[in-house]
Design a protein around this ligand. Structure first.
Ligand SMILES: *Cc1c(COP(=O)(O)O)cnc(C)c1O
Length: 421
């Protein structure tokens, strides 16, 4: 939402003298305050842990800030595991929720004491072969199939999703692992993406709690933690409302009291692996308007493009756009705000009412702190922008520099091509 941008026009104009646009700006104070609200809401459970989904904002400075607020990480690849380690997040603070995983990556996670969350029944055997033994702790990802209704279009229907085990496979998986000597068990599910309805998560928790009770009854395995995945949404559109963490926590607590406690599963640890709500609203893509074009429509050309922020082009996702210093001016114009990629979908906003924009204006794209810079790419020879962190004392630190042509060519053998004929 537009209202939380922390800098006035004069502050931002000063900042771009040191850090030329385009770049991402993150607000440390706002990230910490939000994380504290999230943690406080879930403090009504005996044990709670948020494992920040590294893929949402894979910068070790951000991970370190979140670690100080008590977070672990959720990783899905070897580089994400290594990044967590660099940020000082280690052992069972790291959950490895991957799929189609190579043996070498399981090995790294095992050797570093990370929690391995298996995505398929056959991966028990695969893991045993890869490691020579099974780890002491194993988690399984549950796909509820048609049992879970009302999933939105980003993640799709569970029965069409590639992730996780069926209910029957879950029961059998715990039975086998218990017989193999595995000592500690978790249960994971993730069936939402950018979901704003608190009841959706309460309903998911209920489903998961009931399965934990069934597993105990049928196999004698006492699941010690559930991981409710990510998928808590953020209000990208001005008319949308943020998810009330307390409402979600209280709703889940009611199901906990109704299902978990009578089943003899208390204390059951509650874990999340949210990305979007943790950093999303506290990061912005800052660009400069460098061109104005008038054809059948009015266009504003920015110095950033879809390679810096892919969501609008890829999903048609809405991101709020404001013009620094013109926040309160009337929206007298209708623009397509576009980037420089040779793809017509490279539009940050389509037919958007905005105040009159002049060349040189600083244009702010909101809610870009998660799945923003992280989803960037190099197609069309585009160099991805850097990242700047606004510290709690109001100072600024560049936490990732802008890419250079040398970075882009680093994987090419340029000496070889000279001699090549
Ligand atoms: C993407 C992802 C997340 C984070 O999702 P958000 O929507 O950013 O909260 C968590 N867990 C897994 C397994 C994911 O793939």
């Amino acid at each position: 939402m537009s209202s939380n941008f922390p800098l006035s026009n004069s502050q931002l104009s000063n900042l771009v003298k040191d850090f030329p646009t385009p770049f991402y700006l993150y607000d440390e104070k706002a990230i910490r305050e939000n994380m504290r609200r999230f943690t406080k809401a879930f403090s009504i459970f005996p044990v709670f842990c948020e494992h920040f989904a590294v893929k949402a904002c894979p910068n070790p400075y951000i991970l370190k800030i979140l670690a100080e607020e008590g977070c672990g990480t959720d990783c899905s690849s070897l580089p994400e595991l290594i990044l967590s380690d660099i940020a000082g997040i280690q052992g069972n603070k790291v959950i490895f929720t991957s799929n189609e995983t190579p043996a070498s990556e399981y090995k790294y996670a095992f050797e570093h004491g990370n929690i391995i969350n298996l995505d398929d029944f056959t991966h028990i055997e695969f893991l045993k072969k890869s490691l020579g033994e099974l780890p002491e702790t194993i988690c399984f990802r549950y796909n509820p199939g048609a049992e879970k209704q009302g999933c939105n279009s980003i993640i799709g229907k569970p029965e069409e999703a590639k992730y996780g085990l069926t209910r029957e496979q879950m029961i059998e998986a715990y039975r086998i692992c218990k017989a193999e000597g595995v000592k500690h068990f978790g249960l994971h599910t993730m069936v939402a993406s950018n979901e704003l309805n608190p009841n959706f998560f309460v309903d998911t928790a209920k489903l998961v709690f009931e399965l934990c009770a069934e597993v105990l009854e049928k196999t004698g395995v006492r699941i010690e933690f559930v991981d409710l995945g990510g998928g808590l949404g953020i209000p990208y559109k001005p008319e949308q409302k943020a998810v009330d963490y307390d409402e979600v926590a209280r709703g889940i607590r009611a199901e906990y009291d109704r299902v978990v406690v009578p089943a003899g599963l208390d204390p059951l640890e509650i874990h999340w692996e949210c990305g979007r709500p943790i950093t999303g609203p506290y990061g912005w893509l800052i660009s400069t308007a460098i061109h104005k074009k008038h054809i059948y429509r009015e266009y504003i050309g920015l110095d950033s493009c879809m390679a810096d922020l892919m969501r609008p082009g890829m999903y048609g996702a809405y991101h709020e756009v404001t013009v620094s210093g013109k926040e309160n001016e009337p929206k007298t114009e209708v623009y397509d705000v576009v980037g420089s990629l040779c793809e017509n979908c490279d539009k940050f906003a389509v037919q958007r009412p905005l105040p009159k924009i002049e060349i040189g204006d600083l244009v702010i794209i909101h809610d870009a702190g998660a799945h923003g810079r992280a989803m960037g790419f190099n197609y069309n020879g585009k160099l991805r922008c850097g990242e700047v962190l606004m510290r709690q004392d109001g100072s600024f630190k560049e936490i990732r520099r802008r890419e250079t042509v040398e970075d882009l060519f680093a994987t090419l053998d340029l000496d070889g091509v000279e001699k090549f004929n």
